[in-house]
Design a protein around this ligand. Structure first.
Ligand code: SF4
Length: 188
């Protein structure tokens, strides 16, 4: 666990954004949390379990918490650095490529967390599609979370409308044929 301070100096968010780009993000932008579109309806989409993670990860619904509470928590922060990664696929059926790109995205999200920690910055970090820190989540094996200070939930689990978020940040939600795009954010 890192020691935490608020980001207070002018220009620091832009500096952090530049560092996130250097860490490998395709794009990054700073926006106000007030302008982010939250929708409790996203919980229904998680519950439909299209990704197979519902009830299988401590950082996914329902274990991660009630959506109203998570939205309330997110809104305690004032700004967010949103970033995206784009992975290349062999074709649109390249499931392995999608998983690999998701893993790379979540590695970047963990590096972003480490960057904030290094600088003593307090933030809520959200990644894409569940935690993926362990090959098999402790939730599936009946063990407690192995890395409670590094475990990371997703933008969707917090009810964030990611397609709107992308547009607000001047980013494409989809980046062309045979690509997969993931988003993450640090709220501070
Ligand atoms: S850190 Fe490991 S055990 Fe904890 S939520 Fe993430 S994948 Fe599951």
């Amino acid at each position: 666990m890192c020691s935490l301070n608020d980001i207070s100096q002018a220009g620091e968010p832009e500096m952090l954004k530049e560092e996130i780009l250097r860490l490998g993000a395709r794009a990054a932008a700073v926006i106000s949390v007030e302008s982010i579109s939250f929708d409790t309806a996203f919980r229904g989409m998680c519950a439909s379990n299209a990704c197979g993670n519902y009830g299988k990860s401590y950082m996914c619904p329902p274990d991660v918490g009630e959506i109203d509470d998570l939205i309330r928590e997110a809104k305690t922060y004032s700004r967010a650095i949103v970033y995206q990664t784009v992975g290349l696929l062999a074709d649109s059926y390249d499931f392995e490529g999608m998983m690999e790109a998701g893993q790379l995205h979540n590695e970047l999200a963990q590096n972003v967390r480490a960057l904030f920690c290094e600088k003593g910055r307090k933030a809520l970090h959200l990644g894409a599609g569940g935690c993926r820190l362990c090959p098999v989540c402790g939730k599936k094996t009946g063990e407690p979370c192995r890395f409670p200070y590094r475990a990371m939930s997703s933008l969707e689990a917090y009810g964030i409308n990611v397609s709107k978020l992308a547009a607000q940040c001047g980013m494409h939600y989809i980046n062309g044929e045979n690509t997969v795009t993931y988003f993450g954010a640090a709220l501070f």
